[in-house]
Design a protein around this ligand. Structure first.
Ligand code: FMN
Length: 242
């Protein structure tokens, strides 16, 4: 490839961002396995709070599980014709697992200097303490009260509800990264929150305490897929300059 053939990163980003649409009807063409793996890999590079990555990406690719997942997505069109699915499952418990793995990585590292190690130990310790509240119901009445008195505190990541919302919020970054990565490869997608969470959790064997912020359907758009002009709020209404 010649240098002049390469798109400037901005042009490449914009092309992927504009290609990405919520597609509800896919062609019956399979996505090469290596391509899906590549998307999953890129999604793992999404940012997360304290790098805690409190989520798992469940790749659903076998016909039997896909059919049952499509049913659990309330028969949505995108789900019925998807080539593959990625289900985002999140929990404070997964975050705690990552915290330990990250700590082991830091302690074993022969590359990180003493200052870096001290920084990471402190940071991970803080998250371990916060995430330690994630399975306790006792914090939740306190959070409800705090959120009522000061609504900006509603997103505190404490207790079993705050911890799950925090985990879900983090998973969404990975989901968006996957959507854009797919678009960059010419693969279409549909993010879906219209599904029976309990049916999906049961199908995938997710442990109690896991939430599912999003199911993503992947495939190649059908020729008759309905793709309308994009409507967005005018910039002046969604951007507040200070
Ligand atoms: C959190 C979330 C949940 C969504 N759930 C569904 C869904 O259940 N079914 C569906 O067809 N589209 C769903 N969408 C897609 C939106 O309808 C779509 O992104 C929006 O209309 C803008 O269109 P565009 O993505 O093509 O730009 C969802 C999108 C997001 C971000």
């Amino acid at each position: 490839m010649k240098t002049q053939d390469l798109l400037h990163p901005w042009d490449a980003f914009q092309a992927a961002n504009r290609f990405r649409r919520a597609i509800r009807r896919f062609r019956p063409t399979p996505i090469p396995e290596a391509d899906v793996r590549a998307l999953l890999r890129e999604a793992t590079f999404a940012p997360s709070s304290g790098n805690m990555q409190p989520y798992e990406l469940h790749w659903v690719r076998t016909p039997a599980v896909k059919a049952r997942l499509a049913q659990a997505c309330n028969g949505q069109k995108a789900a019925a014709s998807a080539a593959d699915f990625v289900v985002f499952a999140a929990s404070p418990a997964i975050g705690r697992r990552t915290a330990q793995a990250q700590l082991d990585h830091v302690e074993r590292s022969t590359v990180l200097g003493p200052e870096s190690k001290a920084y990471h130990r402190k940071q991970i310790g803080m998250f371990q303490r916060i995430l330690g509240t994630g399975s306790s119901v006792l914090w939740s009445p306190w959070l409800l009260l705090a959120a009522w008195a000061r609504p900006t505190l509603s997103l505190l990541p404490v207790g079993h509800i705050g911890g799950r919302q925090w985990a879900a919020r983090n998973a969404i970054f990975a989901a968006q990264t996957l959507l854009l990565a797919a678009a960059a490869k010419g693969i279409d997608s549909c993010p879906m929150e219209g599904f029976s969470a309990s049916a999906v959790a049961k199908l995938l064997g997710l442990p109690r305490g896991t939430v599912i912020p999003l199911v993503v359907a992947l495939g190649y758009r059908a020729d008759d897929a309905r793709v309308e002009d994009r409507w967005r709020l005018p910039l002046e209404e969604s951007v507040v300059a200070h």
